[in-house]
Design a protein around this ligand. Structure first.
Ligand SMILES: *[C@@H]1O[C@H](CO)[C@@H](O)[C@H](O)[C@H]1NC(C)=O
Ligand SMILES: *[C@@H]1O[C@H](CO)[C@@H](O)[C@H](O)[C@H]1NC(C)=O
Ligand SMILES: *[C@@H]1O[C@H](CO)[C@@H](O)[C@H](O)[C@H]1NC(C)=O
Ligand SMILES: *[C@@H]1O[C@H](CO)[C@@H](O)[C@H](O)[C@H]1NC(C)=O
Ligand SMILES: *[C@@H]1O[C@H](CO)[C@@H](O)[C@H](O)[C@H]1NC(C)=O
Ligand SMILES: *[C@@H]1O[C@H](CO)[C@@H](O)[C@H](O)[C@H]1NC(C)=O
Ligand SMILES: *[C@@H]1O[C@H](CO)[C@@H](O)[C@H](O)[C@H]1NC(C)=O
Ligand SMILES: *[C@@H]1O[C@H](CO)[C@@H](O)[C@H](O)[C@H]1NC(C)=O
Ligand SMILES: *[C@@H]1O[C@H](CO)[C@@H](O)[C@H](O)[C@H]1NC(C)=O
Ligand SMILES: *[C@@H]1O[C@H](CO)[C@@H](O)[C@H](O)[C@H]1NC(C)=O
Ligand SMILES: *[C@@H]1O[C@H](CO)[C@@H](O)[C@H](O)[C@H]1NC(C)=O
Ligand SMILES: *[C@@H]1O[C@H](CO)[C@@H](O)[C@H](O)[C@H]1NC(C)=O
Length: 734
């Protein structure tokens, strides 16, 4: 083993020496290999098994997952940690071997938010002597000929209890509860004032004073005040450089150049339900308490956990709820419009958990890459500490470094569009033969940078990435890189959202047009995985089995959510009862099948199924369509007869033993072995069967595993159990 390991290394060096060079954007980026002991990894050596095998610790791992949107359960439904923990327990009871859930960059580098302590507005004309200190809404408006339509808003924030000594960015967020007057969009400016008392420096419209105020920021042309929404004003300079007493006062003033009509809007005040807020963001802000909470959920349920890193790109966007505000300073993808103005790629939402501003940050901004790598690496190092302090359970087994990442989503609303070649970061573009090749490299470098954080940490686990539309070529590229210098992204998978079992079966072993891609996901050393597929599909049980039979792995999206993909739903959401109940009668089949598969974990993790060309792991009635009822195991012809549907599974356990099982009551006919075989339960107790001539007829109830021992056989097979056990122990020694 030691020798072949060394040989493998030599082969790698040889490969490197002869590697073709591929153009790079960051020429310093190389794929990292874990030097600390792997917590999990993919064994792609094919030295013990005939396929890439997922390992957790020293054991092959059978992946059968479900996504739990802990973020939405927490942020949208306000479920308690105990209630969310229950979802992990239900998933574990249903036989899933792994749950995956979001970790926002913001979760570990949280911004601090301070509601305005005071706000008021002043209004001229007929309201010139009115005091608005107690009003829930303040006003900003201006009409030159009508002093009654001139108003300014004053805001005060107190962040004296902020403890970090470093602030890297700050913003003021206001809420406009009603559409702007006359539906005219307008911009506004935020003036910093040194003290509250000298704040009222104005002459009706213009801010006056002797240099004791200055313009902090104005709403940009791409975000005029108009609709009911939140509006952000960057206040970084004032807060960072000019606010030593940590009490910040501002005047908010409409910027108008039109005189013929009123421009203005209400601003929800300090006493409203949506008060103005000051958001402070620091690269020195770290908080791992939510990571620990998630670990607690998974450990309480005894299920493995994967984290989906929702960083500067989650589902193609940089969302303000998911990334700390300091990242805003790296929103480099700016479009120079035909009139010369520069605008970021941005779409605006009004939702709570899904954020207000969605940007597209630039994946080729190297300083952003560095910040994000640091964040993820620190998370992994924290997990390493947690793991050693809590019994080395290796609960977290994988990181999805990029969830449905894209470079073009924001360009055309949320749908996607043509790619903008940013002059600031596309200097390497001429090295590439096409825009598509440059984008492919961009995505790969972005993901490898994050995967490197995982591999370089004290808690190296497998790294993956999921896509939801036609970027399947990334898999091909990742495999090409694996052969030419290496990759730290272990595998890529697809979110197809289809309920066609035949396509899912093909996905694991051959080129197939599926989910907007048409590639072979089993190419090279890639582990083909359906990374999201609707939990609401009433044939989910058959989809899981078809995927596994075809050579792939399956992950359900999702457990329970406000979206329409639920496999479970709250018992009575209106009454605040979030106890998960199955979304349909099909869930009990998913659960019994999953638990059966889990009991076959080792074989499913290590053997190539018949769909992918294997002979030691075969499926009967694979697509639950009445076809493919016969197979051969250790040269014995076996026929499956389902009673009410169901899928049979046959496993060659060693050169004399076959395991048979079924997902529904069924019978198996084994030809020609009645006088030379014995049948037993897995605990060794004899199992009753009948014979017809030399045929053996075995009736097997749902989920029961039966062992058929062939006597006096010398089939001369390779890969006996003894050999494999030896191989496994060699592996452990390595
Ligand atoms: C690569 O590293 C060198 C040496 O540290 C540095 O001078 C150069 O700027 C780096 N290049 C890039 C693209 O980061
Ligand atoms: C971790 O696993 C990878 C992939 O199998 C392997 O290349 C690397 O050498 C392992 N690292 C250690 C420290 O064992
Ligand atoms: C800090 O002040 C804000 C309001 O300015 C308040 O909401 C928060 O609870 C305070 N935090 C602590 C720890 O006192
Ligand atoms: C605001 O409300 C407080 C408490 O009710 C009251 O004492 C104060 O006079 C009110 N101020 C104005 C300007 O109405
Ligand atoms: C002046 O503005 C006030 C407040 O918006 C409005 O009620 C009034 O109708 C306006 N007067 C004229 C003449 O437009
Ligand atoms: C406000 O300032 C602008 C120029 O900045 C000036 O044209 C206008 O007259 C000023 N208005 C008042 C009321 O001072
Ligand atoms: C006046 O405002 C309109 C609408 O906000 C804007 O398009 C225009 O550029 C502004 N003109 C000047 C001179 O500021
Ligand atoms: C860390 O975050 C948790 C919420 O996840 C919060 O309860 C706790 O107060 C935070 N700790 C610090 C030091 O801010
Ligand atoms: C499922 O996909 C297969 C292609 O493999 C196709 O022949 C079949 O018609 C599809 N079934 C449905 C119901 O669309
Ligand atoms: C399963 O879902 C399909 C739609 O995808 C529907 O046509 C069918 O009636 C459902 N079957 C059952 C048993 O609910
Ligand atoms: C079913 O059997 C046919 C004929 O041998 C084969 O071509 C096909 O791939 C099998 N399908 C499955 C899902 O095993
Ligand atoms: C079959 O397995 C037995 C042990 O289970 C071993 O003694 C025998 O050598 C094996 N035969 C072959 C041909 O691998």
């Amino acid at each position: 083993m030691k020798i072949s390991h060394t040989l493998a290394k030599l082969a790698l060096w040889a490969g490197l020496a002869t590697a073709t060079s591929f153009p790079a954007i960051d020429s310093n980026l190389t794929a990292s290999i874990a030097t600390n002991p792997n917590i999990s990894y993919v064994d792609i050596s094919l030295s013990q098994y005939n396929k890439p095998v997922l390992f957790v610790g020293q054991s092959p791992f059978f992946y059968n997952g479900i996504q739990i949107r802990s973020d939405n359960l927490r942020l949208l439904w306000d479920m308690t940690p105990e209630e969310i923990g229950q979802t992990y327990q239900v998933a574990a009871n249903a036989g899933f071997t792994v749950a995956n859930t979001q970790l926002y960059w913001m979760d570990v580098q949280p911004d601090s938010s301070y509601a305005a302590t005071e706000s008021t507005c002043i209004q001229g004309g007929s309201s010139a002597s009115a005091n608005f200190a107690n009003s829930t809404n303040d006003k900003i408006s201006y009409q030159s000929s009508n002093t009654s339509a001139q108003s300014l808003t004053y805001l005060k924030f107190d962040f004296t209890n902020y403890t970090l000594d470093q602030i890297d960015a700050a913003k003021i967020r206001i809420y406009v509860p009603a559409a702007a007057n006359n539906q005219q969009p307008f911009t506004a400016s935020l003036y910093d004032t040194l003290t509250w008392n000298n704040a009222p420096n104005h002459n009706g419209m213009n801010i006056t004073g002797n240099g004791d105020y200055w313009l902090a920021s104005s709403s940009p042309s791409w975000d005029p005040i108009m609709s009911v929404s939140y509006y952000d004003f960057d206040a970084s300079d004032f807060i960072i450089n000019h606010c030593p007493d940590k009490i910040a006062s501002f005047i908010l003033q409409p910027q108008v150049n039109l005189t013929s009509f009123i421009n203005g809007a209400s601003v929800a005040g300090a006493l409203s339900a949506t008060p103005p807020s000051l958001v402070l963001s620091s690269t020195a802000s770290w908080n791992y308490s939510y990571v620990d909470t998630m670990l607690g959920w998974a450990e309480g349920a005894d299920i493995k956990l994967e984290l989906l890193w929702f960083g500067s790109d989650s589902s193609g966007t940089t969302m303000d709820t998911r990334v700390p505000y300091f990242v805003y300073r790296h929103i480099l993808v700016e479009k120079v419009q035909t009139d010369g103005t520069v605008v970021p790629f941005m779409v605006k939402n009004h939702g709570a958990a899904y954020g207000v501003y969605w940007y597209l940050s630039d994946k080729n901004d190297f300083s952003l890459r560095a910040l994000e790598k640091t964040a993820l690496k620190n998370v992994m190092n924290h997990i390493a500490e947690y793991n050693s302090a809590n019994g080395d359970k290796k609960t977290i087994v994988g990181i999805d470094v990029s969830n449905e990442g894209l470079v073009d989503k924001i360009q055309a609303g949320t749908g996607g569009g043509s790619i903008y070649e940013n002059p600031a970061t596309w200097s390497a573009r001429p090295l590439f033969s096409s825009e598509a090749a440059f984008v492919q490299r961009t995505m790969w470098e972005y993901q490898v940078n994050l995967a490197n954080a995982v591999k370089e940490s004290y808690y190296p686990v497998w790294t993956r990435s999921n896509i939801n539309r036609g970027l399947g070529v990334q898999i091909t590229y990742n495999e090409l890189m694996r052969q030419n210098g290496g990759t730290s992204v272990d595998f890529g998978g697809l979110d197809p959202y289809i309920n066609n079992a035949s396509l899912l079966w093909q996905f694991g072993h051959k080129q197939v047009a599926i989910g907007g891609t048409n590639v072979n996901w089993a190419t090279g050393s890639n582990v083909p995985m359906i990374m999201e597929n609707g939990g609401e599909y009433n044939n989910s049980e058959w989809l899981i089995l078809a995927t596994v039979a075809g050579g792939g792995y399956y992950n359900v999206y999702d457990f329970m959510d406000e979206q329409s993909y639920n496999m479970w739903v709250p018992a009575n959401k209106a009454a605040g009862n979030y106890t998960p109940v199955p979304a349909g009668s099909f869930v009990s089949g998913v659960s019994s099948t999953n638990n059966l598969l889990k009991s076959l974990s080792w074989d499913l993790a290590t053997k190539v199924p018949d769909g992918a060309g294997g002979t030691d792991l075969v499926f009967f009635n694979t697509l639950n369509d009445g076809n493919n009822l016969t197979n051969t195991l250790l040269s014995v012809p076996v026929t499956y007869s389902p009673t009410t549907g169901g899928i049979g599974i046959g496993i060659v356990q060693n050169n004399q033993t076959i395991l048979l099982t079924t997902t529904r009551d069924a019978s198996f006919n084994l030809s020609g072995i009645a006088s030379s075989a014995s049948v037993a339960y897995t605990n060794g107790n004899p199992y009753l069967y009948s014979t017809t001539g030399q045929d053996m007829l075995i009736e097997i109830p749902q989920s029961t595993i039966v062992q058929i021992k062939l006597n006096n056989r010398n089939p001369g097979r390779s890969g006996s159990r003894a050999t494999r056990l030896q191989a496994r122990s060699n592996h452990i020694k390595k």
